[in-house]
Design a protein around this ligand. Sequence first.
Ligand code: HEM
Ligand code: HEM
Length: 182
Amino acid sequence: MSDTSVSRYPTLLRLSHWMMALVIIGLIISGLYMADLPRDAANRSDFYHWHKSFGALMMLAIFIRLFIRVRSLVPAPPAVLKPWERKASHAGHHSLYLLMLLVPASGWLMSATYNGSPGINFFWTTLPGLFPHSESLFQLGKALHAPLGYAIAAVVVVHIAAVIKHRFFDKPEADVLPRMLP
Ligand code: HEM
Ligand code: HEM
């Protein structure tokens, strides 16, 4: 819920926003890099291991963040924003939350179901994949993960551009960055 009397996001949401932004940007870059590596590249399995570990961590983190978010009072959009800007920011934030669920879920599906998958690499251990090995589920996860990964990258670029616009090109009251700073 949003409220005009609240001036900043609650501490847990501010901290989780920046920690998750850092990890998700790292996952987009590592994903694009490793997907193009030749199968026999020496660093390939390390990249896959860390990408899956941090990706699975993000999947757990987004559930916790959404749980905190729905129970929190957050600042209402600045009154100076035009109606289309409010709609666009609402749609953008909802898309980011949805993609933060769908991107790791599709990666998980692909990694859990390939023939011979031992489960999901998770730092020093392996998590149960929760899905049976299946060529069709693997192909589905693979077909979804790359386009969803590109989609979150695109929405993040627009998100950052919007923050820059409100800070440097609009009235000072439209600046939303201080509401999210740690
Ligand atoms: C927020 C979380 C995640 C983001 C933003 C992300 C992003 C990406 C991106 C952009 C790619 C490159 C796609 C391509 O060009 O083909 C990729 C590849 C990949 N991701 Fe993720 N990913 C996430 C989570 C996960 C998780 C949880 C897993 C598995 C447990 C996973 C497994 C993989 C695998 C195996 C590939 C390589 C696919 C291939 O070789 O074609 N990802 N990821
Ligand atoms: C992977 C990267 C990122 C993701 C997934 C992400 C996601 C989100 C989401 C979902 C919200 C809505 C918060 C809520 O209402 O609960 C938000 C707000 C915000 N984000 Fe990001 N973000 C990312 C990167 C960034 C970066 C790099 C910046 C800085 C330029 C930034 C600045 C902000 C600000 C200032 C807000 C508050 C907007 C407002 O008060 O209306 N974000 N972000």
